[in-house]
Design a protein around this ligand. Structure first.
Ligand code: GDP
Ligand code: MN
Length: 375
């Protein structure tokens, strides 16, 4: 789960990491007053992706009325395709230097790693490898001051900045650990006069740790109502933007199905892993969710291992009888109890295929003809 910048900065404050003075707004109410008291400000759209600066999601203002206009403009706009629902208005910092600093997990060495660079402010992907400092962290000792001092030395920090940096990095690791983070990134970490400030905050927490999130961690649920309903039924389901409703029985086979749809020139409307070994009832519910998205074509890719083809076929037959399936349906059905499954479907006038290629090609063909008919 990604946190909005302002949420990350709330956590920073709790861990004694200095951030610019700021306030979150969801409307322009109170903006003028805040800016009148603050002076020059930065107005930052709160969306869950980076690169806002380049995308026009960050504005500067020197007066309350200009700030108010900028806030309204951002709140009515989309930045990087995300509608802006909140802005963070902060005192504008005079930047002497921008540093990149992050803690993340390096899967290849199975350890957290501190990543830093004195070329901050830009995407770390654009920084040449030899300008990036990478130091693995032993999880038993965590980030001790000696490790933080090593990073500060390599960043060529001096005097007070050096000391502040050491505290900051030690605290940043405490935050990383406490909230089970996958990433804590400060880009830029700003040197402004004698101060060191986190001007940006990107915090991603590990979804697998949800059962033990500390109570003060804000929870962002970006799922749609349909996604929530599916998850309650134990179905992995994510909505996408395409045309073909997809159901398969397993995460891997579902992902492969999406790839093959793309390969044949179609677009998936969703990811749906109805689960291995799903019962007739569960499969029928999954199909009902798919139908509610009004896809142009439905494609089911069932490889019966623990899943039984007759159970799946019965689910389709049930929904067909109960609700009717108003869109073309393509099923690839092989494996356990295949003959029974194929026979049940045939009884409903539903043809099934043995190979994924045949089924996907057929689904894409049906999609093209449904679009050709002007629907
Ligand atoms: P991002 O583009 O989504 O990563 O958003 P950032 O918060 O990192 O802001 C992008 C850039 O805007 C920074 O690298 C700075 O150059 C600039 N910026 C952000 N806040 C301030 C500020 O308080 N003062 C100044 N002078 N520049 C800022
Ligand atoms: Mn940034």
């Amino acid at each position: 789960m990604k946190l909005f910048e302002y949420m990350g900065k709330e956590l920073f404050k709790k861990m004694n990491i200095t951030v610019p003075a700021g306030q979150v707004f969801q409307s322009d109410e109170g903006v003028e007053k805040f800016v009148a008291n603050t002076g020059e400000v930065v107005i930052k759209s709160q969306i869950l992706s980076g690169g806002r600066g380049k995308a026009g999601g960050i504005k500067f203002a020197t007066s309350p009325d200009v700030a108010k206009m900028a806030v309204n403009e951002l709140l009515q706009s989309k930045v990087k395709d995300c509608p802006v629902q909140a802005v963070l208005v902060e005192e504008k910092i005079n930047i002497d230097k921008e540093i990149y600093l992050a803690i993340t997990v390096d899967g290849s060495i199975k350890r957290p790693v501190v990543i830093a660079s004195s070329s901050g402010g830009v995407d770390i992907e654009e920084v040449p490898e030899d300008k990036i400092i990478k130091i693995p962290v032993d999880v038993h000792s965590g980030v001790q001051p000696f490790l933080a001092r090593e990073v500060a030395r390599q960043l060529l920090l001096q005097g007070d900045h050096f000391k502040q940096f050491v505290n900051l990095l030690v605290n940043m690791y405490k935050l990383f650990k406490k909230y089970d983070c996958e990433l804590v990134e400060i880009n830029p970490l700003v040197i402004s006069g004698d101060k060191l400030l986190a001007a940006d905050a990107k915090v991603t927490v590990d979804d697998e740790a949800a059962f033990r999130y500390p109570a003060d961690l804000p929870v962002i649920d970006e799922r749609t109502e349909r996604e929530k309903k599916a998850h309650q039924l134990g179905i992995s389901y994510v909505e996408l933007e395409g045309e073909i409703g997809v159901m398969a029985n397993g995460a891997g086979i579902t992902m492969a199905t999406l790839d093959i749809i793309n390969h044949y020139g179609g677009t998936p409307r969703n990811f749906m892993d109805a689960g291995g070994g799903a019962s007739t009832e569960a499969t029928a519910k999954a199909l009902e969710i798919l139908l509610s998205t009004n896809p142009k074509v439905i494609l089911a890719n069932i490889f019966g291992g623990i899943t039984r083809c007759d159970d799946v076929a019965n689910a389709f037959a049930q929904v067909q009888e109960k609700l009717g399936i108003p869109v073309p349906l393509v099923i690839r059905l092989v494996g356990t109890n295949e003959e029974d499954g194929v026979r049940i479907l045939k009884g409903q006038g539903i043809e099934s295929f043995r190979t994924v290629d045949e089924a996907v090609a057929k689904a894409v063909e049906l999609l093209a003809s449904s679009e050709g008919s002007g629907e």
